[in-house]
Ligand binder design. Structure first.
Ligand SMILES: [Zn+2]
Length: 389
């Protein structure tokens, strides 16, 4: 697992991929949250508030697990022993005093390592808001990570009341950058990001339309939405909201100073959760954005996308992460941002430059979208049987 040293926000901003559009100030002032987070509130014993606007009243009660917590380093933590007990999983130290594995009859489901922000869930690399820590005879994870990442990944059905009730039909694809903004570039290989994001989006549109989806593209040509980057990103949110999208997928390619390669997927960081790579929390950490009303759907979508890409591409797993990308913050529908490959890595850039690999990318993304819809459908309660006459 990757060790993530403490970093300041300034360092974070310089290290974040040139192409992703993470930690800018909000493009418009956001109202304070009108209601407490449903599951956090219920975990504290408060009455769960109404579901997000536009959603029917839940047909089942909100999750009311009262996770036992201990305050450590000024954060509420939950012991993995209590997580295992609640999930009915067996917990062992798989590496003495280093890593713990939670398993069931299928084998190892979760692997956590002390002082690390990443863990593995069914072999998928996922990042926590804060690292797992050692305490007494166990590893401990933050209550927020349990409520917002670990529990909904393992038991999405418990969060059904906060997932969209209707099957998704309309997806908005956002080919990142365009026009005056080339995104990341590799001049050695002679490629840029805006060309590939559009090409993959066009391929993905074809596949999804064949599968019965309605697909709208933010752009189908090489153009920017605005000369001003903040306005450009705001307009991408607005396009999805205006068209009443059921899903939003922003397609990007990555860059890093090191010779790394592989796939990253991002969901909007829940309120109070630190963005990936930010150990301190920034000015936006406490803000509840409109997109945060859909934290559980965002997690389901992002997790399915990341799994489909890692499985379909056999690419290195750079992790499923949470951050506050401007292009996800104002969405009224579930959304995710994928960093399909590192153009800064010459070998990977050359691979992306082949139409065959871009088709593979589009197919992997389509699988992720379709799997999200399939899981959502499978979670819906079966229709009631007609009454006997
Ligand atoms: Zn980008």
């Amino acid at each position: 697992m990757a060790r993530l040293p403490a970093r300041g926000l300034l360092v974070l901003l310089t290290l974040l991929p040139a192409c992703s559009v993470p930690a800018q100030q909000p493009v418009a002032p956001k109202p304070a949250p009108t209601a407490p987070d449903p599951v956090v509130a219920s975990a504290k014993g408060a009455v769960p508030p109404a579901p997000p606007p536009g959603r029917p009243a839940p047909s089942r009660p909100a999750l009311t697990i009262l996770w036992p917590t201990t305050r450590l380093r000024n954060i509420e933590y939950v012991s993995l022993r209590d997580v295992a007990k609640n999930f009915d999983l067996k917990l062992v130290w798989s590496k003495a005093d280093i890593a713990m594995t939670l398993s069931d009859a299928r084998g190892g489901r979760f692997i956590f390592e002390g002082n690390q922000k990443d863990f593995y869930f069914d072999n998928l690399r996922v990042f926590l808001g804060v690292p797992a820590i050692f305490h007494k005879d166990s590893l401990w994870v933050s209550q927020l990570d349990v409520i917002k990442i670990i529990a909904p990944l393992f038991r999405p059905a418990d969060h059904l009341a906060f997932l969209p009730a209707a099957a998704p039909r309309l997806i908005v694809l956002d080919p990142g950058h365009g026009g005056i903004d080339p995104g990341t570039q590799n001049l050695r290989v002679g490629v840029n990001e805006k060309t590939f994001t559009l090409d993959v989006a066009l391929r993905l549109r074809k596949i999804l339309e064949l599968g019965g989806w309605r697909v709208l593209l933010i752009r189908d040509k090489d153009l920017e939405l605005s000369k001003d980057k903040k306005t450009d990103l705001l307009m991408r949110n607005e396009f999805a909201n205006r068209n009443k999208a059921d899903l939003f997928l922003s397609i990007h390619f990555n860059a890093a100073p090191e010779a790394i390669s592989g796939v990253e997927t991002y969901s909007l960081a829940p309120q109070f959760m630190h963005s990936a790579g930010d150990d301190q929390g920034d000015d936006m950490t406490k803000v509840a954005f409109p997109g945060n009303k859909l934290d559980y759907a965002n997690l389901l979508f992002g997790g399915q996308l990341h799994r489909a890409m890692i499985t379909g591409l056999k690419a290195p797993d750079r992790g499923y992460k949470h951050a506050r990308q401007a292009v996800l913050r104002l969405l009224d529908c579930p959304g995710a941002l994928v960093e399909c490959a590192y153009l800064s890595n010459d070998a990977e850039a050359r691979r992306v430059a082949t139409p065959e690999y871009r088709q593979q990318l589009a197919e992997a993304l389509a699988t992720g979208v379709q799997n999200y819809a399939a899981v959502l459908a499978a979670l819906q309660p079966a229709p009631a049987a007609p009454a006997a006459k």
